[in-house]
Design a protein around this ligand. Structure first.
Ligand code: DMJ
Length: 654
């Protein structure tokens, strides 16, 4: 009994051992073990060592959360498989063929079921998240996936280190490295009166949305315009003021200076980063980190830099996984992280861990701490090396094994901004990041070969791919791809440049086609069973003030100056005014095909950050945030191109 209980002390293991109680004791041997013959002692020791080996081996099959496993195995777990970070650059990549053989093989053949909810909700409608209405990520998470906060890298919080390096950062040097003034010669004021009037209208919409948020929901995350109260939600881990942080740069660009000052003051006095809630790493990064970074770069106000570096450090523990691929949810206080409960087999989501690169590079830039860059370069390295089915990147990857978990590929929800960040990483590096460039154009080639389709009515669209089978649908989220393919056209292979620009225009046209008859578009539209860019399911007909179609109009306008894009943008302004403006703000609508509008009572923060900003830029001259100097993160926060040589010459310490 002693042997059974103490050598194999984890009770769940005992019943599964291949020994019966009597077989623990050898025949002819007294229980005390005294007076044994030498051969009996040898057999006994042999048996004992076999038992110990068996118990140790069994540890590998225990869930990660079992304390015994963490005690015995945790020390080796992280360093052994983290690629390229914390001096582990030379270690083995879990995605290489050797690991693929040993690891959890995912894909079509794997016995894993996709649990992603297809219900509409997405109150914080990220491109990456499809989840059921009102679901709480922390309720859905699988408890077995809970991770202990791994030991914090001492470089993370070393104030002395950051202080010393950060003080070397010179805002003045940065400004000298811009090719043009950020706000243009005349703040982008267009010369023709009609465009100017349209721009003024958009500015008025921003002021209206802001004033109502301020009046009814100040300090909370979003405004509920029908009930005239605030919404906090569960995406930001106890952080507040999402609409404020998301609006800083829009207010500043539009010259709403009083409002900008109020927002800045709130950040200074009320943005409390000491929070213990569970946050979406992706959402906090794109809205808060992105919002604070661009506010800093546009204004030079130190408070934004200070806050963003502090917040960035709180996100780092999410990367403490066997592969360094972060999990989707993090407790900002304890650093504990989880995978989303709805994500297939505890996987991380491509568009979530693939949408950190731009912000994290800037965090290193501002703090002087290379750790941020190392973390995202590690993700890049793994993705670059892993085998890709038909050259495509599936949406689910295990942060433990580094293998794909499901072969669902989409340029819309769950995949989208990963592709966006590849081309934007290249552009933001002053076109020096050749790896990002190569990965982007190879991914584009695979997408064109496998996903891009022409409908019977002649519309070009990007279908979704489920283990080789096409789903002929496009999400509203996927409509950002018109703009993305457009900005990437010029740097593609010479013979492909015009082709990419044409493809961008065709996709943007298709997305415009989906905007009817209200002139607002559904969440998803189909191209089968006679459908041509229309939603066939009632549950796909909602519009939550999303920006993606307008985002593509803005880029296509800048690239082609075809007046139709401004015209289409104006149609959207009129439709927003007609269907989404209510007495106390703007609201999403439940059915874009209904003659009587039903509102969803939510003014999303991305409406202020993206939809209205892209509209404003569409009606501005191109020198307002010129694309030679700025890339927009996926929440439309402008981040400057990093010109290393120039910064170095201007005495900026990298
Ligand atoms: C925004 O938060 C970002 O654009 C994100 O990448 C996807 N979805 C929303 C807007 O639709």
């Amino acid at each position: 009994n002693f042997l059974k209980v103490h050598l194999c002390s984890y009770t769940r293991v005992i019943p599964s051992l291949p020994f019966s109680e009597s077989s623990v004791f050898l025949p002819g041997v007294s229980a005390s073990g005294m007076g044994l013959r030498l051969s009996q002692k040898f057999v006994f020791l042999l048996f004992l060592s076999g038992l110990v080996t068996l118990c140790f081996g069994a540890l590998f099959f225990l869930p990660d959360s079992v304390r015994l496993k963490r005690i015995f195995l945790s020390k080796n777990e992280n360093p052994a498989v983290t690629v390229g970070s914390d001096n582990e650059l030379s270690k083995k990549v879990p995605g290489d063929p050797e690991h693929l053989r040993a690891g959890l093989k995912g894909g079509e053949g794997a016995n894993v079921k996709l649990k992603v909810s297809r219900k509409p909700s997405v109150t914080h409608g990220a491109r990456t998240v499809e989840r059921s209405v009102g679901s709480r990520a922390q309720d859905e998470r699988s408890p077995a996936r809970a991770q202990e906060p791994a030991a914090r890298d001492e470089r993370v919080t070393s104030a002395a280190h950051n202080g010393e390096r950060a003080s070397a950062y010179s805002y003045e040097a940065f400004k000298k490295c811009l090719l043009k003034p950020a706000l243009g010669k005349n703040k982008g004021t267009p010369s023709d009166s009609e465009t100017l009037q349209r721009r003024e209208k958009v500015k008025e919409m921003m002021k209206f949305a802001w004033d109502n948020y301020k009046r009814y929901a100040w300090g909370q995350n979003e405004l509920r315009p029908l009930t005239r109260n605030g919404h906090i939600g569960n995406m930001f881990g106890g952080l507040r003021g999402a609409s404020i942080v998301d609006s800083l740069d829009t207010l500043y660009i539009m010259g709403l200076m009083e409002e900008y000052e109020e927002a800045k003051e709130w950040v200074q006095n009320n943005l409390n980063l000491i929070s213990n809630g569970e946050a979406s790493l992706f959402e906090v990064n794109i809205r808060y980190v992105g919002g604070l970074l661009s506010a800093y770069y546009l204004t030079g106000a130190e408070i934004f830099k200070q806050k963003v570096v502090e917040l960035g450090e709180k996100l780092l523990p999410a990367f403490n996984t066997p592969t360094g691929i972060p999990r989707g949810v993090i407790n900002l206080g304890s650093g504990t992280s989880w995978s989303w409960g709805w994500a297939s087999a505890g996987s991380s989501i491509l568009a979530e861990f693939g949408t950190l690169h731009l912000e994290f590079l800037h965090l290193s830039q501002l703090s002087g701490n290379p750790l941020f860059t190392e973390k995202v370069m590690n993700i890049r390295k793994l993705l670059n090396k892993i085998e890709k089915p038909h050259g495509l990147y599936p949406n689910f990857l295990s942060p433990v094994s580094g293998n794909w978990v499901q072969h669902h590929v989409s340029i819309g929800g769950l995949g989208d901004s990963f592709y966006e960040y590849l081309i934007k990483s290249y552009l933001m590096s002053d076109k020096t990041d050749q790896e990002a460039k190569k990965m982007y154009y190879s991914a584009m080639e695979a997408i064109e070969t496998n996903l891009v389709q022409k409908s019977p009515g002649g519309l070009t669209y990007v279908a979704e791919w489920r283990g080789g089978i096409l789903d002929h649908k496009m999400g509203h989220l996927a409509c950002f791809s018109g703009g993305m393919i457009g900005i990437g056209a010029d740097d593609g292979p010479t013979e492909q440049r015009q082709h990419y620009l044409d493809l961008a225009a065709e996709i943007t046209h298709t997305c415009h086609e989906s905007y009817s008859p209200t002139k607002l578009g559904p969440e998803a539209f189909r191209f089968d069973a006679g459908a041509e860019a229309t939603a066939t399911r009632l549950s796909d007909r909602y519009y939550i003030l999303r920006p993606e179609v307008i985002e593509s109009y803005m880029y296509m306008w800048r690239l082609t100056h075809d007046p139709k894009y401004r015209q289409w943008g104006w149609e959207a302004v009129e439709a927003l005014e007609k269907h989404c403006r209510v007495d106390a703000g703007f609201s999403g609508i439940r059915d874009v095909y209904a003659s009587t509008v039903s509102h969803d009572n939510m003014q999303q923060s991305f409406f202020l950050s993206e939809t209205l900003k892209y509209l404003y830029l569409l009606f501005s001259d191109d020198d307002l945030l010129p694309l030679e100097d700025w890339v927009f993160n996926t929440e439309a926060h402008p981040l400057p191109v990093i010109r290393k040589t120039c910064l170095f010459e201007s005495n900026f310490v990298l």
